[in-house]
Write a protein that binds this ligand. Structure first.
Ligand SMILES: O=C(O)c1ccccc1N[C@@H]1O[C@H](COP(=O)(O)O)[C@@H](O)[C@H]1O
Length: 185
């Protein structure tokens, strides 16, 4: 049994949320970055958080704290692309973080939701935090990435979509099966 943390980001509908729960994902991300094809408004995000109801962890994702501020007290974790004074923070970057103090997670992400995979640097192993790999992961490459880098978790968005912003059940299923089937210990 794998204890790998697996998050699917950019959930926009209750149906997609139900898929994530059924398939055994650990967390969903609700995207608040304004130009994202996965942007959800605050009311929709609140509806999805209520529907998650403890069955799956919820992340509010934004580039900056102001983008997620209306949701920060209702989600399990806030995922940002810059440091901020906020509880339950997952900091995402593609450069070594200057501090990991108080972080729940650190995400390596050089893609910002574009689905582009780029070589993951070896310094990710030096970051003193629970580390999650993101950026261009898909059902075809996730097992190799897990086996090569042995992260604490992985995160996917574009790689389980049929078109930008539209999650696909079959791809979500293939992705989590490949991830859970990989050896990460
Ligand atoms: O999803 C987005 O549109 C997005 C916009 C701005 C910053 C991050 C974004 N998404 C996050 O990027 C990573 C990797 O995404 P992908 O799998 O390469 O599409 C993931 O954490 C998304 O949450």
């Amino acid at each position: 049994m794998s204890d790998l943390f697996v998050k699917v980001c950019g959930i926009t509908t209750v149906e997609q949320l139900e898929w994530a729960i059924e398939l055994g994902y650990d967390a969903i991300g609700l995207m608040r970055a304004p130009r994202s094809p996965r942007l959800v408004d605050v009311d929709t995000a609140r509806e999805l958080i209520a529907h998650a109801d403890g069955k799956i962890k919820t992340f509010a994702v934004g580039l900056t704290l102001d983008q997620v501020a209306p949701l920060k007290d209702q989600v399990d974790t806030v995922q940002l692309y810059e440091p901020a004074e906020v509880e339950s923070l997952a900091l995402a970057s593609d450069t070594p973080p200057s501090s990991t103090q108080g972080l729940d997670y650190w995400f390596y992400d050089a893609s910002h939701g574009t689905g582009k995979f780029s070589e993951i640097p070896q310094w990710v192993h030096d970051v003193d935090a629970r580390f999650v790999l993101a950026g261009g992961l898909n059902p075809g490459n996730v097992a190799e990435v897990i086996e090569q880098y042995r992260p604490d978790g992985i995160d996917v968005s574009s790689g389980v979509e049929s078109s930008p912003g539209t999650k696909d059940y079959a791809l979500m299923k293939s992705f989590i099966e490949a991830a859970r089937g990989a050896t990460n210990n």
